[in-house]
Design a protein around this ligand. Structure first.
Ligand SMILES: Nc1ncnc2c1ncn2[C@@H]1O[C@H](COP(=O)(O)OP(=O)(O)O)[C@@H](O)[C@H]1O
Ligand SMILES: Nc1ccn([C@@H]2O[C@H](COP(=O)(O)OP(=O)(O)O)[C@@H](O)[C@H]2O)c(=O)n1
Length: 213
């Protein structure tokens, strides 16, 4: 039976960390779909094109190749902001659907994390988790992450980034950030990485058992 786990949530909530660990636990492939939006923005920047050029963004999205991703660059602060501009363009979202659904349709299943996995990309996922944490907690985690990557960090500016991105992602017309009706909410504000993983694993096991029954 194919086992698809959809993890959604706002910026720096811990989606990627949980998705990676669940994928390793179950031996499933993992796709961080935020990287698709980040790589689309990066392609425009590299060509010196404005980030509101919809046609160029769609072309860049269609031309993405998962194996070419320079993750260190894509995960920088500037690219997160630019990616959310890409995510607000319905045509860019449409151009990325097939790649994500193909990834999710592997026979064994897959783990995908993003903003619209449970609502749009994989509405029939076996398990859906919506990960949240307070904006202050998320900004703190992102600041530590960026500092560990060698970026200069300003906590107040990162908190502003997180709030601005939350608002843009939640208020856009196409696939806004929101929990699917059948998603389980997981607030990790008070949980360390191990506790958050244990909670996510319990949710995943619950969904797996239910699907088998
Ligand atoms: N429960 C947690 N407690 C503390 N730090 C965490 C927790 N979950 C994730 N992190 C850290 O927070 C940062 C953002 O997590 P990440 O999984 O990349 O979030 P997202 O994919 O939602 O943007 C990473 O540096 C990660 O190691
Ligand atoms: N499935 C997805 C994934 C990301 N995105 C967009 O891409 C941006 C970057 O996503 P990300 O998951 O890499 O960002 P973080 O949550 O890691 O900060 C988000 O702010 C969204 O606007 C999206 O619209 N849909």
């Amino acid at each position: 039976m194919s086992f698809v786990i959809a993890i959604d949530g706002p910026a720096a909530s811990g989606k990627g960390t949980l998705a990676r660990r669940l994928a390793a636990h179950y031996g499933l492939p993992h796709l961080d779909t935020g990287l698709l939006y980040r790589a689309t923005a990066c392609a425009l920047m590299d060509e010196g094109l404005p980030l509101d050029d919809v046609e160029a963004a769609v072309e860049a999205a269609r031309g993405l190749s998962l194996i070419d991703f320079d993750e260190a660059r894509l995960r920088g602060r500037e690219m997160g902001e630019a990616a959310s501009l890409m995510g607000a363009m319905p045509a860019v979202r449409a151009a990325l659907i097939d790649l994500q659904r193909n990834f999710a349709s592997r026979p064994e299943g897959a783990v995908l994390d993003g903003r619209d996995i449970g609502t749009v990309i994989c509405p029939n996922a076996t398990v859906k988790v919506f990960v949240t944490a307070s904006p202050e907690t998320r900004a703190q985690r992102r600041a530590l992450e960026l500092a560990s990557r060698g970026e200069e960090v300003d906590y107040a500016a990162i908190l502003e980034d997180v709030k601005r991105r939350d608002a843009r992602d939640s208020e856009r017309s196409a696939a806004p950030l929101k929990p699917a009706a059948d998603a389980v909410l997981l607030d990790t504000s008070e949980l360390d990485r191990e506790q958050a993983f244990a909670a996510a694993l319990a949710i995943a096991e619950g969904g797996r058992m239910k699907a088998r029954a």
